[in-house]
Design a protein around this ligand. Structure first.
Ligand code: NAD
Length: 241
């Protein structure tokens, strides 16, 4: 059986590009497990473009969903790569109007899910004597944008966990890193109002938005370079400067 590369949220803009790039870079050595939640049509379209890949549907905001994902992957083989990409950025709420329900929603998907997937997939990788985990953070872990209080906190905490897991799993053969994208053109950012896009663009030193493929290239760099552990690579065109 081939080792498995798991990409969560593979039906989304960044997840699709990451899965495709890992498939191409591994030249068939790894089998892609494409996780999705909702939008089955888009997930099937992604799968159609990646030979030998398979789909797993799960709501990763729940413990049951995370367990389903792990069980489905283990049926197919040993997980060698986990990319914690699934994430949400809404609701957008000004700091003085943040709601507890929004906190639960955002933190469950953006923080709790990658935390417990790192724990559970990390154990399997150690059992298989090696593996790597890449978490998709955000430029907003490093800078402010009105309406992003909880999202920002969830991504900043994800970067802290990346370093903690890198420290504890490194000696056991598992590297853990993160990529912090800036404004990338995906279904998530397509929903933003035009004036918001103009404002964000004015904060990017390169004066343009990024592509999902640029994020995927950074993920593959972290996979390839076996001496990078606990790092966060920014792919933001200089938005955090
Ligand atoms: P997207 O909306 O295109 O994809 C998000 C994916 O997450 C989808 O596949 C969706 O099904 C999945 N998802 C959402 N809720 C889920 C749940 N409860 N359980 C399981 N899966 C769930 O967004 P994207 O732009 O491709 O974002 C991917 C990642 O990149 C996210 O973590 C996001 O925070 C991060 N990011 C994106 C940008 C950007 O500009 N697009 C910038 C910085 C960080």
């Amino acid at each position: 059986m081939k080792d498995i590369a798991v990409v969560t949220g593979a039906s989304g803009g960044i997840g699709r590009a990451v899965a495709k790039k890992i498939h191409e870079a591994s030249a068939g050595a790894l089998r892609l497990a494409l996780h999705y939640h909702g939008n089955q049509e888009r997930a099937e379209a992604v799968q159609a473009g990646i030979p030998d890949s398979f789909l797993i549907q799960a709501d990763l905001s729940t413990s049951a969903g995370r367990q389903d994902l792990l069980a489905s992957v283990l049926k197919a083989g040993a997980p060698y790569i986990l990319v914690n990409n699934a994430g949400i950025d809404r609701p957008h709420e000004p700091a003085l109007n943040v709601q507890e329900s929004s906190f639960d929603q955002l933190v469950n998907v953006n923080l709790k899910s990658p935390l417990f997937l790192m724990r559970d997939f990390g154990k399997e990788m150690i059992r298989a004597e090696g593996g790597m985990i890449i978490n998709i953070s955000s430029v907003l872990a490093h800078k402010s944008l009105v309406g992003s209080a909880i999202y920002r906190a969830s991504k900043a905490a994800l970067e802290a966990l990346t370093k903690q897991f890198a420290f504890e799993l490194g000696p056991r053969g598992v590297r853990v890193n993160a990529v912090a994208p800036g404004f990338i053109e995906t279904p998530m950012t397509a929903l933003l109002e035009d004036d918001m896009k103009v404002q964000i663009r004015s904060e990017v030193a390169l004066e343009r938005f990024g592509s999902p493929e640029a994020v995927a290239a950074a993920v593959c760099h972290l996979i390839d370079n076996d001496y990078i552990n606990g790092a966060v690579i920014s792919v933001d065109g200089g938005m955090a400067l």
